[in-house]
Ligand binder design. Structure first.
Ligand code: GCU
Length: 427
């Protein structure tokens, strides 16, 4: 064992190395350039421009086709049917957050059926924080994070993940540096603020059921989809995590304390992607807050700035179907694009978070995708995105596009914007 002083140095060097690697190859890579505030580049091909179609037509024909295309070319296939088992449910605290909330913890497993073959996940936890001073059903912000639940909901009795799960714990240099680089709310959301606005929060750590590691993740995905024999279109982790949001809704939807239209999926970055997938494939999701979802999320694949299809599928081979990797360098051959993912969320409220220097996530491509998704909102007599420029934030719009200064992360200004959007749609 190294002496304490040397250990401090070793930790410091490891932290700096780790952060340098992130900065060099991660989302902060292109921080010198800034996103253009006017939509530029080629517009995506809108979903429906050729003729006016009925809502019924859209729901019975267009939506399933768009879902099929996205599964074939980007995410891989979600199960034919699914179910969720509540193994355990317990109250951890009745008077947390200064008496303002209770905390409950669920242990769940979920079963995925592909072509008649069922597979079940390992047990995973769902931690729910519920405001105490409310009689009416409340909306619940469903959150996925790369930090385990005990980092999201800071109470000593929240379970830690089994095994050597990643942790964003502690007061160490690593976690301080992480907060410095990726913002104060990267690990822990402002729970008091969320409660003041009257919302519940349900947190999950998706690595518990599909690991966010190339090999282990791919093994988990295969084990959960044995009935799906086509290797090219097997689901990736983004689809499986999105599916995880739905399993959490299975567990909570009968609970009278939660508003039926109030299951809001929230995630940052990779979980901004899964939050969109959840809503696109599950109509029980009431609204989405997808922050800096980038490539494979809200940003278009064609005419792309920032992270390319080649880069994302090489670095994260477990996130998408193999077929998506096959489109690297020939994105123009895709018959779908990410605006279809947004269109599938219509007519539900959608928040797209961005940052000016987060060009890696391509805010401009996300804006053009949102513009192209409007035709789906129009079918429901809604406007969709009303902003003309990226920074005309309109929280009450069906699609609210938020861009702040700065880089990739969840910073001070972000949660107030998320909650402003929630308030205009739920109050
Ligand atoms: C990487 C990846 C992005 C992703 C991000 C994140 O930077 O390139 O696509 O959104 O990680 O999840 O933090």
């Amino acid at each position: 064992m190294l002496p304490k002083r040397k250990r401090g140095w070793a930790l410091w060097i490891v932290s700096v190395l780790f952060m340098s690697i992130l900065v060099a190859c991660g989302p902060t890579k292109l921080t010198i350039s800034r996103a253009n505030l006017k939509p530029n580049g080629f517009a995506a091909r809108p979903v429906l421009v050729t003729k006016t179609i009925s809502q019924q037509d859209w729901e019975e024909n267009n939506r399933p086709q768009l879902q099929e295309d996205l599964q074939m070319q980007v995410f891989g296939f979600l199960p034919d049917t699914s179910s969720t088992q509540i193994i355990d449910q317990k109250t951890i605290a009745h008077t947390a957050y200064g008496g303002k909330a209770s905390i409950e913890e669920y242990t769940l497993t979920a079963t995925a059926i592909f072509n008649g073959q069922a597979s079940t996940t390992r047990p995973f936890k769902l931690v729910v924080v519920i405001p105490n001073d409310t009689t009416a059903p409340v909306p619940v912000i469903m959150l996925q994070s790369f930090c385990p639940n005990h980092n999201t909901v800071r109470h000593p009795d929240v379970s830690k993940p089994a095994g050597n799960g990643f942790s964003c714990d502690g007061e160490g240099l690593m976690s301080k540096t992480m907060n410095y680089v990726f913002g104060r709310y990267i690990a822990t959301p402002p729970m008091e603020m969320i409660l003041e606005h009257g919302y519940a929060l349900a947190a999950m750590y998706p690595s518990e059921f599909v690991a966010d590691r190339s090999e282990r993740g791919l093994a988990d995905l295969r084990a959960l989809s044995e009935g799906h024999t086509d290797d090219q279109t097997r689901w990736g982790a983004i689809a499986a995590w999105g599916w995880g949001f739905s399993r959490a809704i299975d567990a909570l939807e009968q609970d009278e304390r939660f508003a039926k239209d109030g299951f809001v999926t929230y995630g940052h970055s990779r979980y901004g992607k899964s939050a969109l997938v959840a809503a696109a494939f599950d109509s029980r999701v009431g609204a989405v807050i997808s922050h800096q979802s980038g490539t494979g999320g809200a940003s278009l694949n064609k005419y792309k700035k920032g992270e390319s299809v080649r880069e994302i599928t090489k670095t994260f081979p477990h996130w998408f179907s193999k077929s998506y990797a096959g489109y690297a360098g020939r994105e123009q051959d895709m018959t779908t694009d990410q605006h279809a993912l947004l269109a599938l969320i219509a007519p539900r409220p959608l928040f797209l978070g961005n940052a000016r220097r987060d060009v890696w996530s391509d805010p401009n491509g996300a804006f053009r995708a949102a513009q192209a998704a409007n035709s789906a909102y129009n079918i429901y007599g809604k406007q969709g995105l009303t902003q003309v420029k990226l920074n005309d934030f309109t929280p009450a719009a069906d699609i609210a596009f938020w861009i702040r200064s700065g880089t990739h992360g969840v910073v001070k200004e972000d949660w107030p914007a998320f909650l402003e959007f929630m308030d205009t749609h739920y109050k």
